[in-house]
Write a protein that binds this ligand. Structure first.
Ligand SMILES: [Zn+2]
Length: 324
């Protein structure tokens, strides 16, 4: 099935082999972040973030990001994804300098164009502030986003350690991105409770939420999410592996759908969570009995919530039509 994926961190999707190879080229010793089979190794969310940041250390030039983007898209396209949005961070691409950021962006969008031509997958970028780097650093990410809103960059968001600070601490950055015309998403309700989701909606004015699963505990909040048409970027496999939920059967994705919430399905940081879009679909079918019509609904929700322009949306809609 052709698929749409809205929640994918570019560095987090880096195939371990690619990172290991790049580290070797640059004489960086990353042996401690890999297990014996060459997969990323860590235990728990804090260690995950550390491993993630260590895996990013060999990625130091626009050329590295060009190769990274191609490596990620090759993997993503293998699983039938025809349209993806990826989180990209100026913090990892030139340290927040707008001039440097443009060079990295150029490299990533060049790779995206080549992948579109050769693999039939369209990629757009969402500039992402890293929450645990603090509100001041988030402003530089927002400035990079505002300056480069265009064909490749289509949105602004925030990832990182959710429990650092409150959403309102980052309102300035989200306001700046909004004023530049960018739609907004933010990770919330993965670790935080319904209050974090409610504050994110109120203080940051987002129309999508990364994860958002803990909203399920508050009926009033669910009603608000439905009424405002806010879309959740749900990543079940990620939630299971990091322990945000105890197992697939207790994942609230079906409860959220039953409450009328618009949900989509993504892999988040696939090699870190030993997942792929194929695996997510298999598990959703197995756990909740989802069939083709359920997945078709998920695709339509995702495409409607995508931050691309309408010409791109129409092009992707054609690819999602069932084969006759
Ligand atoms: Zn994420």
């Amino acid at each position: 099935m052709p698929k749409v994926e809205l929640h994918l961190h570019l560095e987090g999707a880096a195939p371990p082999k690619f990172i290991a190879g790049l580290a070797r080229e640059k004489n960086i010793d990353l042996s401690k972040i890999f297990d014996r089979d060459g997969n990323y190794a860590y235990q728990g969310f804090a260690a995950f973030l550390q491993t993630y940041e260590a895996a990013c250390t060999p990625l130091t030039s626009p050329e590295d990001f060009y190769r990274l983007t191609l490596a990620v898209l090759e993997e993503t396209a293998k699983h039938g994804v025809v349209y993806a949005e990826t989180f990209v961070s100026p913090d990892f691409c030139g340290g927040g300098d707008v001039g440097a950021w443009r060079e990295y962006l150029d490299a990533m969008s060049r790779a995206a164009s080549e992948a579109e031509r050769d693999m039939g997958i369209t990629l757009k970028g969402i500039v992402t502030a890293i929450r645990h780097f603090g509100p001041e650093q988030a402003k530089t990410a927002a400035k990079c986003a505002a300056e480069t809103n265009g064909d490749f960059i289509v949105g602004f968001g925030m990832a990182g350690a959710e429990m650092e600070g409150r959403p309102k601490d980052f309102a300035y950055s989200f306001d700046m991105a909004r004023e530049a015309g960018l739609p907004l998403t933010c990770h919330a309700g993965e670790w935080g409770g319904p209050d974090m989701v409610a504050d994110t909606i109120r203080d940051l004015g987002v129309n999508r939420i990364g994860h958002g699963i803990n909203a399920v505990a508050d009926q009033n909040l669910l009603a608000e999410i439905v009424e405002k048409g806010i879309v959740l970027e749900v990543c079940p496999g990620s939630n299971v592996v990091l322990g945000a939920v105890s197992d697939w059967a207790s994942h609230p994705i079906q409860k959220l759908r039953d409450a009328g919430v618009a949900v989509t399905v993504s892999t988040d940081d696939p090699p870190f969570f030993h997942t792929t879009m194929t695996y997510e679909y298999e598990m959703l079918a197995k756990t909740f009995g989802w069939d083709e019509s359920d997945f078709a609904e998920i695709h339509q929700t995702a495409l409607a919530a995508a931050y691309c322009n309408d010409a791109t949306r129409a092009k992707i809609a054609k690819k999602l039509e069932p084969a006759k």
